[in-house]
Design a protein around this ligand. Structure first.
Ligand code: SAM
Ligand code: SF4
Length: 345
């Protein structure tokens, strides 16, 4: 494989670690793959109640997703995250995860899940090579959990979380979206639940992705500053020097091992160190969560079946499209109509 574009550089095939570099000098070594847009939940901040999912033909096959994952790792990507929709509801997803887990060059295989299938899948996931898991949990009250997810059963998810803890992943993190008027009073309960299990927790600010039916985003968004102030009153937080090259800042609760993350994609500008791109389940390579810059890799895959070289050339070219920064809001108006389940959280 030779070099391709002016900026999106691929080093020669003989060099040990070819790297994807964008026009702004950022190395891309982390890819998030959405393996389905479908989900068994309908979280109020993520989906509308009546969702139309993509017709099967528009969705990448498991083989196509694997081909993309493999090509990225051959281009120096060493960290992959599987997400969705709910990745674990895709039929035969375990066969894909097992294959991806064996890719040479992969250092970390991560998964983001709502936890509904973890009771039965935690052990197989660990055996397939998944190193770390993020599990979404927004409430510890069965009724309010059901209201926020519209379909979810808290008990089942908690059993899934316990199964994941028992399976012994390198790390487990709860992902919590705090919404005003819904679960803002549970900030400390959720933290204490994580502390009790010896796992980490991250509070994510609501992002304006897609039109939701339940609420106006501006009315419900609770800033991480606010969440942090509530926690600090009871549990003083000590900042941890840890670079994720993403929109998260991490702290440790004094007297506990758990880390507490704050993910502020809207109010915190992390773009200058951004090292990641995303693949939607339709095969659109999104160069930025907060922009529409993308390349249609499904077209490339389907016009050149099984041709890894052509696929890699397009991936390299796509790096030139990565914008310098996100623009979630313009004059306070959300700019994106994409839903999070399409984008891959
Ligand atoms: N279904 C899986 C889950 O819920 O963990 C994976 C996909 S989900 C889209 C990934 C993460 O995105 C979840 O932690 C969820 O809470 C978060 N999320 C979804 N919509 C969001 C939004 N509008 N703003 C902030 N976070 C959001
Ligand atoms: Fe499903 Fe995850 Fe979106 Fe909730 S946040 S609706 S679990 S994809």
């Amino acid at each position: 494989m030779s070099t391709v574009s002016e900026h999106g550089a691929l080093k020669g095939a003989n060099e040990q670690a070819p790297m994807l570099v964008d026009q702004h000098g950022r190395h891309i070594d982390y890819v998030r793959l959405s393996v389905t847009d479908r989900c068994d939940f309908r979280c109020v901040y993520c989906m509308s109640e009546e969702m139309t999912f993509l017709p099967r033909k528009q969705v990448l096959s498991l083989e196509e997703i694997y081909q993309v994952a493999k090509s990225f790792t051959e281009l120096g990507v060493n960290k992959l995250r599987l997400t969705g929709g709910e990745p674990l509801v895709r039929k035969n997803v375990m066969s894909l995860i097992e294959k991806i887990g064996k890719l040479p060059g992969l250092k970390e295989l991560l998964l983001t899940t709502n936890g509904s299938q973890l009771e039965k899948l935690a052990v197989p996931l660990k055996e397939a090579g998944v190193t770390r898991i993020n599990i979404s949990l927004d409430s510890l009250n069965a009724e309010s959990f059901h209201r926020m997810t519209r379909t979810g059963k808290l008990e089942k998810v908690q059993r899934g979380i316990e199964a994941a803890v028992a399976a012994g992943f390198d790390a487990i993190r709860l992902n919590t979206v705090i919404l005003r008027g819904r679960n803002e009073h549970e900030i400390l309960d959720l933290l204490e639940y994580a502390l009790g299990l010896g796992i980490n927790i991250a509070y994510i600010e609501e992002m304006p992705l897609g039109e939701v039916s339940d609420h106006e985003r501006g009315d419900t968004m609770v800033s991480n500053e606010e969440v942090m102030a509530v926690i600090n009153e009871r549990y003083p937080l000590t900042p941890i020097e840890m670079t994720t090259a993403g929109p998260s800042r991490y702290y440790r609760v004094e007297s506990h091992g758990s880390k507490v993350g704050f993910i502020s994609p809207v109010s915190h500008n992390f773009c200058d160190t951004c090292n990641r791109v995303r693949l939607t389940v339709e095969g659109r390579l999104l160069l930025c969560l907060g922009n529409e810059h993308s390349m249609d890799l499904r077209k490339v895959l389907r016009e050149n079946p099984g041709n890894d070289e052509v696929l890699k050339e397009h991936i390299i070219k796509a790096m030139d499209l990565k914008p310098l920064r996100h623009y979630f809001y313009d004059k306070d108006e959300p700019q994106l109509v994409r839903f999070m389940n399409m984008t891959g959280g």
